[in-house]
Write a protein that binds this ligand. Structure first.
Ligand SMILES: N[C@@H](CCC(=O)N[C@@H](CS)C(=O)NCC(=O)O)C(=O)O
Length: 212
């Protein structure tokens, strides 16, 4: 399997499947194609039907969209337990994952992921605080129910979906609750997280719109 990703410093959608593959030790070839131009990178069109990353190639198969890639990896590697085992728990896990994939637009627009930004607050619209509050509520409920350290106990695709939010809440000083602290510590303790963060910090590509 070949996973095309963007800049580790900024590409929050790329982080998601990359992290799931790494945490579960599923072998794959990483191909990083950076975007450092205003309108993305025209090179993405060569491998991705949407011209966006992440994009997974497995033999003749191309899978685009981060959540579809996570689903494919879970189907292909059932031994990795990337979704909870029980049908009801799995339904909730998918709802939580889809809420991230299709929502939290205010947070995503105003507060881009940035692996080398030092934490400092910024002025944000009320909708961003509403997104952060909903995320805190979700994390708190999931952790309480599962007992942690991840949202559904062990690391699953849901955690892959929320990983970039750990960075966003931290660098824009948006969440201080116990649930956020506890969950962020678990995420940031992953060797895979450390590897991505270190590589992101070492990158020199600069994307003005992702620097707030
Ligand atoms: N819904 C897509 C979003 C992918 C996306 O927006 N990727 C960004 C990088 S994080 C991208 O490729 N941007 C380049 C562009 O828009 O030209 C997914 O879940 O994979």
């Amino acid at each position: 399997m070949k996973l095309y990703i963007g800049n580790k410093k900024y590409s929050s959608w790329s982080l998601r499947p990359w992290l799931a593959l790494k945490v579960r030790n599923i072998p794959f070839e990483e191909v990083l194609v950076p975007f450092d131009m205003e309108a993305g990178n025209p090179e993405f069109r060569k491998f991705s039907p949407t011209g966006k990353v992440p994009c997974l190639l497995d033999g003749d198969l191309t899978v685009w969209e981060s959540l579809a890639i996570l689903e494919y990896v879970a189907d292909k590697h059932p031994e990795a337990h990337l979704w909870p085992a029980g049908i009801a728990e799995r339904a909730i896990a998918r709802a939580v994952a889809h809420e991230m994939h299709g929502g939290f637009g205010a947070l995503r627009n105003s507060c881009p992921m940035n692996m080398s930004r030092e934490p400092s607050p910024i002025d944000v619209p009320a909708a961003v605080h509403a997104d952060a509050a909903r995320i805190e509520q979700l994390w708190s409920e999931c952790l309480q129910k599962s007992g942690g350290p991840f949202l559904f106990g062990e690391f699953t695709n849901v955690d892959a979906m929320y990983a970039p939010v750990v960075n966003r809440l931290e660098i824009y000083c948006l969440g201080a609750s116990d649930a956020v602290q506890q969950y962020s510590n678990a995420m940031k303790s992953l060797e895979a997280w450390k590897e991505w963060e270190q590589a992101g910090r070492a990158e020199t590509w600069y994307v003005a719109e992702d620097e707030v």
